[in-house]
Design a binder for this molecule. Structure first.
Ligand code: NDP
Ligand SMILES: O=C1O[C@H](COP(=O)(O)O)[C@@H](O)[C@H](O)[C@H]1O
Length: 794
């Protein structure tokens, strides 16, 4: 028995996914047919490996590893084991690595942990008395060894106890804790992911032969239960595949070079339906490496990892190219409302960009669906008007466009006709050609017909053997009630995890980068609170009016159009506590907490004083929690202003007892440090600091430490819709809005919107092209700050 304490990532197989009901359908390859995976990282650059480990892994990489299906040994697959990226040894690593290995379709690391425990409990209930006793004994041996009856080979032995979080106020007595010594306590233990929602904390007692050595009380509750052999077996059973832990032992383990790599198989209790995956675990040191099966990672997953790590799409193209042809599934994307503005402007161009980058699966089809009568050729002609290639990607552009357009088809139908959707279903099936069918319906239609379209798509055109997902465009209602009604109606036909509510601002590069900036740089996170931050400003402006969407806009206004969604989402991401992991659910849990901690909005805290301008609004928002109490989050959004920009501006407090006070003049605000995250245009992150002007005197000026993306990165930034479409195809929900997030966002704005409308408040006018209505200055002044973007020096 062992615990997976330092592991690594693998990736999901290209070998076709099994039909859940059928016998193993693993695509079998000739043992000699070793897929060349030139883009996969080998072991040369993995840090923390001893030379002999590295040499062995390189040899293994070159030779490949032959895997035979235990049920039918004549069938075999050769895997090339490559380094697939590190995972953090934070206690969740078994689940994080497995999640990466299997791809997004299995849920996040948290979900894998829950499924593991569920599987364990189900299996435990079904075993006989004898086996149950054996399981209890194995658990006791691992976590609650009887130290009086002998000592193992280790100098230090550990005993694990669980403390109920509710009792943590008091001193912890061993008597009040739960010993991890049987199946039911193991399930409690293995549910602990080190997050605030855990029910128990892990207490570790370390003993030597001389007695108690240390007590780790884990007061902050950050310790998570490491995956162990039992968890590995449960995971294997749950997913009907073997899991190999690949261990590299070092010179300290008295093994020779030929034997320093071990494969520890974990077999499912059930039938094997999928090929195995490999988790690399380094025996010594702290650095984790990865074993990736040759050609085993889905192209999309590889692309996601590349996107997440911020490297170029060029790399994702390389990564994706090698294996997609072996995938036996299809993805059909139906753009419902294909004749409309959004479809032409954003959705088709984003799909083409993904196609150009080789990021769509090999077998994909795009259908346009709308009432307008159009032939396939006419749709292609319409779509071709808005396709563009990136400036840095012109090669074969025309050729690629033609190939892409050939994959686009059109079906004309009503949004509320089950028959018309059944006709679409028939056409989709023809294109899917018997493969596993996965379908996305992108609702690019006015909201009043969302439910009709979802009903018909779900009843007449959902996939029979794969997944069906629906992307929904805002507006998600006009207020709490209509939003809840929409969610309820959609859920008549869809599960929550089939609904992808899009907020395209979450797909913007700099918004995606917010968490990276904050959580992967030591210098920012300690400053990220009321202690150092004086105000946060979220600014949206456009230098044009409602441009052809006047009808929609009249009904919704700027608060619903921009503030309640785009700016509030950015605020939640900005202000959330550190999530347990980057899993969709962990991040969305933290965002919801922020939204629910927000102080109700008051009319006097909006602009202009007690009035609402339909195309411009500003508000001061507050988060009543320990981190942000008293810090104004100023928001403003407007159309028809003097420029187009979206920015997050973080203004820091004054330096206490500033020695250079005199050099700044009477207004210390002029010396405020400001961190600006410019989402668009001209993406940039810059920090305004005070600096000495070179020379013999002591003159100070304000200068920027400037990261201008265009200067630093040569690649064009992908459009937000590309990232989001790719996520929807992958089943990655991190950047989509969960229903409780939506409820919380509406709960914040609905009372204010109602008051504004009931009181029929007259808007304050501002000239087209101006900077803003005058009232915004009063609003900021009331909270003792200035708008960073209205500083004339900007
Ligand atoms: N355009 C944009 O920039 C943005 C749009 N959105 C949202 O995306 C969705 C699509 O936007 P957009 O493309 O601008 O919308 P459109 O108004 O262009 O509508 C899309 C299509 O829906 C059909 N349609 C329009 N009105 C009706 C109606 N009353 N009854 C039935 N069908 C109708 C039309 O197709 P046909 O007549 O051929 O059936 C039309 O081509 C909307 O929910 C919008 O709020 C969100 C953010 C930005
Ligand atoms: O959702 C919307 O966003 C656009 C602005 O999006 P951007 O990506 O061009 O910044 C806005 O014009 C529109 O009113 C709103 O509905």
């Amino acid at each position: 028995m062992g615990k997976l304490i330092c592991d690594s990532t693998t990736s999901s197989p290209v070998i076709p996914w099994r039909e859940p009901t059928s016998s193993p359908s693993i695509d079998l390859m000739d043992p000699g047919d070793l897929v060349d995976q030139s883009s996969a990282a080998t072991w040369e650059k993995v840090s923390g490996l001893e030379d002999q480990q590295r040499r062995s892994l390189l040899r293994l990489h070159d030779k490949g590893v032959l895997w035979k299906h235990p049920g039918d040994r004549s069938h075999a697959v050769v895997f090339r084991l490559s380094h697939g990226g590190d995972v953090e040894a934070d206690g969740n690593c078994l689940f994080t690595a497995s999640q990466r290995a299997m791809g997004a379709k299995v849920g996040g690391a948290g979900e894998l942990r829950r499924r593991t425990v569920r599987r364990f409990l189900e299996d435990l209930r079904s075993v006989g008395e004898e086996e149950r006793k054996a399981i209890d004994a194995a658990i006791r041996h691992m976590y609650f060894p009887d130290l009086r009856s002998g000592w193992g080979v280790h100098v230090v032995q550990e005993v694990k106890l669980l403390a109920n979080k509710q009792d943590r106020e008091e001193s912890i007595y061993k008597e009040r804790c739960i010993a991890v010594d049987d199946g039911s306590s193991w399930a409690k233990y293995m549910s602990i992911s080190g997050s605030p929602v855990d029910l128990h904390d892990i207490i570790t007692l370390q003993y030597t032969e001389d007695g108690l050595l240390t007590v780790d009380e884990n007061r902050e509750g950050h310790a998570a239960a490491f995956g162990d052999d039992i968890a590995l077996e449960c995971l294997a059973t749950e997913f009907k595949r073997e899991i190999y832990v690949v261990q590299a032992h070092g010179s300290d383990a008295m093994v020779d070079e030929d034997n320093c790599i071990f494969f520890l198989p974990h077999r499912p209790r059930s039938q094997i339906c999928d090929p195995p995956f490999f988790l690399f675990m380094k025996g010594t040191g702290a650095v984790a490496g990865t074993v990736a099966p040759s050609g085993n990672e889905s192209p999309l997953q590889r692309l996601k990892d590349v996107l997440l790590s911020g490297t170029s799409l060029e790399e994702c193209k390389d990564a994706a190219r090698f294996d997609i042809s072996k995938d036996n599934s299809t993805v059909s994307i139906t753009v419902v409302g294909a004749s409309g503005d959004l479809a032409k402007k954003k959705i088709f161009p984003a799909l083409f960009a993904l196609y150009y980058e080789d990021c769509l699966p090999e077998h994909f089809t795009i259908f346009g669906y709308a009432r307008s009568k159009m032939t396939d050729a006419e749709l292609r002609n319409m779509v071709s008007q808005t396709l563009t290639c990136r400036i840095d990607k012109r090669e074969n552009c025309t050729e690629k466009m033609e190939l892409f357009l050939k994959r686009c088809f059109y079906h004309s139908g009503q949004y509320d006709s089950l028959d018309n959707f059944a006709e679409l279903d028939k056409k989709l099936k023809e294109h899917e050609d018997g493969r596993v069918s996965n379908r996305i319906f992108y609702l690019s239609i006015p909201p009043n017909i969302f439910v009709d379209a979802v009903k018909c798509a779900s009843l007449s055109a959902s996939s029979a053997n794969g997944w069906t997902r629906v992307i929904v465009e805002k507006p998600f209602g006009r207020d709490s009630e209509s939003s809840a009604a929409l969610t309820k109606d959609l859920k008549q036909y869809l599960e929550e995890d089939q609904i992808f509510r899009i907020d395209h601002y979450l797909g913007k590069e700099l918004v995606e980068n917010l968490s990276v900036l904050r959580f992967s740089n030591l210098i920012f996170e300690p400053l990220w609170s009321r202690q150092y931050i004086r105000s946060v400003q979220l600014i949206f402006s456009e230098d044009f009016g409602t441009e052809g969407r006047g009808g929609y806009f009249d009904h919704y206004g700027i608060i619903r159009d921009i503030m309640q969604n785009h700016l509030l989402q950015i605020l939640a991401l900005f202000a959330m506590e550190t999530p347990v992991s980057l899993d969709a659910e962990d991040i969305r849990n933290e965002k919801v907490k922020v939204l629910r901690s927000m102080r109700p909005l008051k009319l006097e805290d909006t602009v202009p004083q007690g009035s609402l301008t339909p195309t411009f609004a500003a508000a001061a928002l507050f988060i009543d929690n320990a981190r942000w109490e008293g810090v104004p989050f100023l928001m403003k959004a407007g159309k028809a202003l003097h420029d187009k920009r979206t920015e997050i501006r973080v203004q820091f407090r004054h330096v206490p007892g500033n020695l250079y006070k005199r050099n700044f003049g009477p207004d210390l605000d002029d010396a405020t440090n400001e961190l600006v995250i410019r989402v668009q245009p001209d993406e940039a992150i810059y920090l305004t600091i005070n600096n000495k002007v070179p020379g013999l005197g002591m003159k100070l000026d304000r200068s920027n430490l400037n990261l201008l993306y265009a200067a630093r990165y040569s690649k064009e930034i992908p459009d937000a819709y590309e990232r989001l479409l790719l996520d929807a195809i992958e089943g990655e929900r991190r950047l989509f809005i969960r229903s409780d997030e939506l409820d919380a966002a509406w709960a914040l704005f609905t009372p204010l919107l109602k008051e504004l409308e009931e009181k029929n408040i007259i808007p304050e006018y501002y000239p087209y092209g101006s900077r803003s209505p005058v009232g915004v200055h009063y609003l900021a002044a009331r909270h003792n700050v200035k708008w960073g973007d209205l500083d004339l020096e900007q």
